[in-house]
Design a protein around this ligand. Structure first.
Ligand code: SF4
Length: 498
């Protein structure tokens, strides 16, 4: 797995996936701008695969979307359908061979796969494939999915229905996808490209987000609706848990891959991952975050003069906190939005500057004031203390830290690089001890009930979200060895070569 960023104390976004069916439009260019909108979900690599109904094309590379694509490498990506991907590695090392989409040739034509999630039975699947004589070239769950789709378990090529000339007739891909869903466990949102169609596929709990949008000419699917808006699309709906949605010349064809289970969309999407302008569960994320801030103020009021946020993701919650308390919200920290995106690591001298590389305090808004500092989460606890110190040095007389999510006490095995038990500060220390470590005048978190109530009040959905990293209640069966970080590292190291 990738090293945690020096600049961040956040779980790391998983990946962004995108797919488009739009005859007559430049689908590669639209995919580029959609991936640009999904950049926050992964900055290690990016890629696009297209199909013109005969041949499939692809380009991918390491780095940001804007670094990977140029006019020269985008223009050969012709066709009327495409899938795209931005990647952060949850399994598999940071290497070009792990970049997505994967594009291979199968008996039924080209197959492109863009995947967001994590397979909890990857070890078992890997061994099964190797025993069947399938050679694997990479260290990712995505390659397992590609191979399982290319050769469905138990199926021989003769058993696989053949498509007719326009790709309709009996659809071999729905059957293949269903058989894939029967053998993989875990969290997944998939955008698949075949010769004539794109497919959106979501796990039976709907753990990772995936939505459908309408374009003037066609449809698109994306991890977040902000990607649809960027290219002039309109949000239509979420892909349902367990659904397989085919998009082609006939329009939309929905079928059940597996019966849906209890819905469990990742609640951390609302807390931090998703862009505030994205729509999740039918609600704009900014609205949900603001409600979390209001609930936090109800549960943990502080005597103060001003509310400031750790930018950017905590701003809506800080606004909500201020509104509920009747306190002014003000900018207290300015963030360099690009520092976390650099691959150049600071040297020792710069390391001593710590969070100053990323944040600068606005003294004029803080001097002589009692400050409520709102942050969305604390994971390892390595940056909160220096940020509180920065606010004090800028002249604040008191700093009361308020966190708009519950303490993160458990790792994530559903596609988020959350940190291990050993690294999670709230697993090791109680709230008063964390407050002392951070050096704040007071510290309070939003309760689990408060967070779920904020989600319910804004989306209308109750008991439909994963809270495992807060509560320890996992919506999936997690193999016991994954809970032991040393054993997991050893197993992952052997298998995934990290
Ligand atoms: S454990 Fe946390 S980060 Fe992982 S899916 Fe559940 S809510 Fe999201």
């Amino acid at each position: 797995m990738a090293e945690p960023s020096f600049f961040e104390d956040r779980p790391t976004e998983e990946c962004g996936v995108f797919g488009i069916y739009a005859p007559g439009l430049d689908v590669a260019r639209l995919s580029f701008f959609a991936l640009f909108a999904l950049q926050h979900r992964g900055q290690e690599s990016a890629g696009i695969a297209t199909s013109d109904g005969v041949v499939a094309y692809s380009h991918k590379g390491m780095g940001l979307v804007s670094q990977v694509f140029t006019e020269e490498n985008l223009s050969p990506l012709v066709g009327h359908l495409a899938v795209g991907h931005t990647r952060y590695s949850t399994t598999g090392s940071s290497h070009i061979r792990n970049a997505q989409p994967y594009l291979i040739e199968t008996l039924d034509g080209p197959l492109g796969v863009a995947f967001n999630g994590n397979l909890t039975n990857a070890l078992e699947l890997r061994n099964q494939l190797l025993q069947r004589g399938v050679g694997l070239m990479t260290t990712t769950d995505t390659e397992l999915i590609v191979q399982l789709l290319a050769s469905p378990p138990g199926a021989t090529p003769q058993q696989t229905a053949r498509p007719n000339g326009n790709g309709r007739g009996s659809d071999p891909w729905v059957a293949r996808i269903r058989r894939l869903m029967e053998v993989i466990d875990g969290a997944y949102s998939l955008a698949l490209l075949t010769r004539h169609a794109i497919y959106a596929v979501r796990d039976t709990h709907g753990l990772r987000p995936l939505c459908l949008g309408r374009l003037a000419e066609g449809y698109a699917i994306a991890s977040e609706s902000c990607a649809l808006n960027t290219i002039g699309g309109k949000y239509v709906r979420e892909i349902e848990p367990g659904e397989i949605l085919r998009i082609d010349s006939q329009g939309l064809t929905s079928s059940e891959g597996l019966p849906p289970k209890k819905k469990a969309l990742c609640s951390f999407e609302f807390v931090y991952f998703a862009r505030p302008d994205s729509m999740l569960d039918g609600q704009v994320v900014h609205t949900v975050r603001q409600e979390m801030g209001r609930k936090l103020a109800e549960e943990a009021p502080a005597e103060a003069d001003v509310v400031v946020a750790v930018p950017d993701s905590s701003v809506p919650a800080a606004i909500g906190y201020g509104q509920q308390m009747g306190l002014p919200y003000s900018e207290g920290l300015t963030k360099n939005r690009y520092i976390g995106r650099t691959f150049i690591q600071p040297d020792n001298h710069l390391r001593q500057q710590g969070v100053r590389l990323k944040f600068n305090a606005l003294g004029s808004n803080l001097r002589g004031k009692r400050v409520v500092l709102v942050d969305d989460s604390i994971v390892r606890g390595n940056t909160s203390g220096p940020i509180v110190q920065l606010i004090r040095e800028a002249g604040a007389t008191e700093v009361h830290l308020r966190i708009s999510s519950p303490p993160v006490r458990h790792p994530c095995f559903m596609g988020v690089d959350m940190a291990t038990y050993k690294e999670l500060i709230a697993h090791k220390l109680d709230v008063p001890a964390i407050c002392e470590r951070i050096g704040a005048d007071s510290l309070d978190y939003l309760s689990l009930e408060g967070m779920l109530e904020a989600i319910r009040a804004t989306t209308g959905l109750h008991d439909a979200h994963c809270t495992a990293c807060f509560s320890g209640n996992y919506p999936l069966d997690i193999p016991s060895w994954l809970f032991d970080s040393d054993q997991a590292k050893m197993m992952l190291g052997q298998v995934w070569g990290t």
